[in-house]
Structures are given as structure tokens and as C-alpha cells.
Design a protein around this ligand. Structure first.
Ligand code: NAP
Length: 336
């Protein structure tokens, strides 16, 4: 049996879902993979640095009532990793699309300390992927990030593990759940503003929905996929980007009725002059299978040199499916 000290950086929706999922899967991890775990550290802006080598109580943390006082105010991130004797760090802090910080710094410190580093945060992928990958290799640890794009669906591990020696030439996808849901509401006659309010009531759109409506969230995901899967560093502002604000609800409704709905389509293709990538609303052709991807579901279709086409669809994601991406990375990290 292998015992691992797990540490969480950020403890919001995804952090709580991860701890719940780890508890649900505790006996399965033990029986199928010889994995025992304890939560030895949690940190966030409001919680401060919490650590206990005897194990923190997951239920108390999920309930927001940790029994442990935070470590002394002068504690550093490195000091916290040491106090928690971290074997695996799950980085789940908020996205900073402009710099990827402080998440990239947390991941670097985790790898330098000697822990496996696993993140749900796209920022470090678009701003520091190669540096973190190379550091992980040098330290003999894993740097994994399956949950960053399409939550729990296997996208990065598909090419890292299941499909070795395949060259990806292009991809096309629907990668932003919020705009897909909003377009679905508009198909039923709601205005853009009413559709945004509905998505906010469901807890899917943020209070400021600009990052989704203007295509920024989708552009960050495109940049992450291009950076890793097409092995070409690409910043989100290099993705040609048009959001959905200019779409008229009557036109969206008519397109849906004609079987050729509008979707916010993400594309990237390797050409003679590098990779061209875009995010833009597109009216689908009749019979396009992407028309069936509704609500918060997402899809991506890859063209490769060997397999002409392979498509992954994720239905109805939630924080638990994101947590599953982190859990799958944990199992992969400690088994290699
Ligand atoms: N929600 C999803 O289903 C989903 C899907 C894929 C990827 N992601 C990514 O997963 C990450 C977490 O998402 P979430 O939904 O759990 O967000 P959330 O509920 O807003 O939680 C964010 C957490 O990060 C902490 N945090 C923010 N800034 C920090 C900092 N500078 N240092 C340390 N902790 C910090 C917050 O702490 P305080 O509350 O104490 O400030 C909070 O605990 C994000 O990067 C997001 O893009 C989420």
C-alpha cells in the first residue's frame, strides 16, 4: 500500500468536489490501485495555510468549518508544503488569464519541493507550460492538467497515453459551456440579456459574463490545446476571436428551427506558416453532429496524421466531472 499526503491550493467549488470524490473513491483507490491518502494541507486566500500530518478532516473543510487554525502569518508557500509534507499538490485557484500567476508559481514550488503537481487552472498552461513540463521531468515528478479543458473528459491524456506517435493537424470544437447554454436559451426566444440571467441563476455564468460572451474563455482553452497538443506555444490574444454579443435572438431562433443552429466554434489548424486558431459564432451546416451538443455539454473533433478523425463529447459537466479530471491525474501520476 502506498500512502500519499495530498495538498489543495484553492478550495472553492472544484476543491470541495475533489475532496468529496476522493472520499467516495477511497475504498476503490485502496483495492484497485493500492493507494491510501490523507489530506495534509489546504490553502486559499481566506483560509490561509492549514496543515496537519495526521490528516485534516475533509468533511469539516467541505462544510467550511475547519478545526485547524492556520499556520503563522509569516508562513511561506514553501513552508506550508514542508509542514504538510506534500506528495501531491492539486492547484485549483482562480484563473488569471493575463499572467497565469500566482498559480504557475505555486506549481513551480510544488515541483521544486518534490511533489507531483496537478492543476485545473488553464493559466499556467498558456503561460508556463514548457517551463513546468521541463521542471517536472528534471525533478522526476508529474505535471498534469487534464481538468483544464473539458473537465473530466480525456483530452490531454488521450494523446499523452492512449494515442502515442500521432500528429494532430487540426481540431474543431465547442469548448465554452456558458455560451452554449446561452445560445440554447436564445433558440427558445429569449434575448441575450435574459439568457445570461438564466445562466447566472443556474450558477453557470459569472456575475460579469464578459469572458464568456466575448470568447475569451474559449480562446484560453484553444491556446491551451494548441500549446500542448499541437506543441506550439500560443497566447490567447493570438487566437482570432469574435464572441456572441452581436447575434440576434430572432436569427438564432430561426437558424435552430432550420436545423442549422449557431454555435461558438473553436478551431485550430497547422499550416505552412504555423498554427491558425479562432473562436467565432458559426451557423452549422445541415447534418453537422455538433448541432446535437446542447446545454453545457462540449465537444472536440481532432484530425490527425493516422486517425482521420476522432471526436470526444462531454455531456453535462459539473464540478464533480472537473474533480474527476484531477483524480484521474492523481492516479496516473503516482502509478508512473
Ligand atoms: N468550476 C469548474 O467546473 C471548472 C472547470 C474547469 C476548470 N476550472 C478551474 O478550476 C479552478 C477553480 O475553479 P472553482 O470553480 O473551484 O473556483 P472558485 O469556486 O471561485 O474557487 C477558487 C478558489 O481559489 C482560491 N484562490 C483564489 N485566488 C487565490 C490565490 N491567489 N491564492 C490561493 N488561492 C486562491 C479561492 O480562495 P478564497 O475563496 O479564499 O479567496 C477559492 O478557494 C479555476 O482555475 C477554474 O478556471 C473550474
Amino acid at each position: 500500500m502506498h500512502h500519499y499526503n495530498l495538498c489543495c491550493v484553492g478550495f472553492g467549488n472544484v476543491g470541495r468536489a475533489l475532496v468529496r470524490l476522493l472520499e467516495t473513491k477511497r475504498s476503490e483507490l485502496r483495492e484497485r490501485y493500492d493507494i491510501e491518502w490523507r489530506l495534509s494541507g489546504v490553502m486559499s486566500r481566506s483560509l490561509g495555510y492549514i496543515a496537519d500530518l495526521d490528516g485534516l478532516n475533509p468533511a469539516e473543510l467541505v462544510a467550511g468549518t475547519p478545526r485547524h487554525a492556520p499556520l503563522a502569518p509569516e508562513t511561506t508557500f514553501e513552508g506550508w508544503l514542508k509542514a504538510a509534507d506534500a506528495d501531491v499538490v492539486f492547484e485549483m485557484s482562480s484563473l488569471n488569464p493575463l499572467t497565469g500567476q500566482p498559480a504557475s508559481g505555486y506549481l513551480r514550488s510544488a515541483l521544486q519541493y518534490g511533489a507531483h503537481a496537478i492543476t485545473a487552472n488553464k493559466g499556467p498552461i498558456v503561460h508556463a507550460y514548457r517551463a513546468l513540463r521541463d521542471l517536472a521531468r528534471a525533478r522526476g515528478r508529474a505535471f498534469r492538467f487534464e481538468a483544464t479543458v473539458m473537465d473530466g473528459a480525456p483530452i490531454f491524456s488521450l494523446f499523452q497515453e492512449a494515442l502515442p506517435a500521432v500528429q494532430v493537424r487540426a481540431f474543431r470544437g465547442i469548448l465554452n459551456s456558458t455560451t452554449n447554454l446561452i445560445l440554447g436559451e436564445m433558440e427558445h426566444g429569449h434575448s441575450l440579456e435574459a439568457a445570461v440571467r438564466r445562466a447566472q441563476q443556474l450558477g453557470i455564468a459569472e456575475t460579469d459574463p464578459s469572458a464568456d460572451l466575448d470568447g475569451w474563455d474559449a480562446a484560453v482553452k484553444v491556446a491551451a490545446l494548441v500549446t500542448v497538443i499541437l506543441d506550439t506555444p500560443l497566447h490567447p490574444d493570438e487566437v482570432q476571436r469574435i464572441g456572441i454579443r452581436a447575434l440576434d435572438s430572432a436569427e438564432v431562433q430561426a437558424a435552430h428551427a432550420a436545423g442549422t443552429p449557431y454555435k461558438l466554434i473553436c478551431t485550430a489548424r497547422r499550416g505552412a506558416h504555423g498554427v491558425e486558431a479562432s473562436v467565432a459564432p458559426e451557423r452549422l451546416q445541415p447534418g453537422d453532429p455538433f448541432a446535437l451538443v446542447g446545454g453545457t455539454s462540449s465537444v472536440v473533433h481532432f484530425e490527425t496524421d493516422v486517425l482521420p478523425g476522432i471526436t470526444i463529447t462531454e455531456h453535462n459537466p459539473s464540478p464533480t466531472t472537473t474533480a474527476y479530471g484531477l483524480l484521474a491525474d492523481f492516479i496516473a501520476a503516482v502509478r508512473t
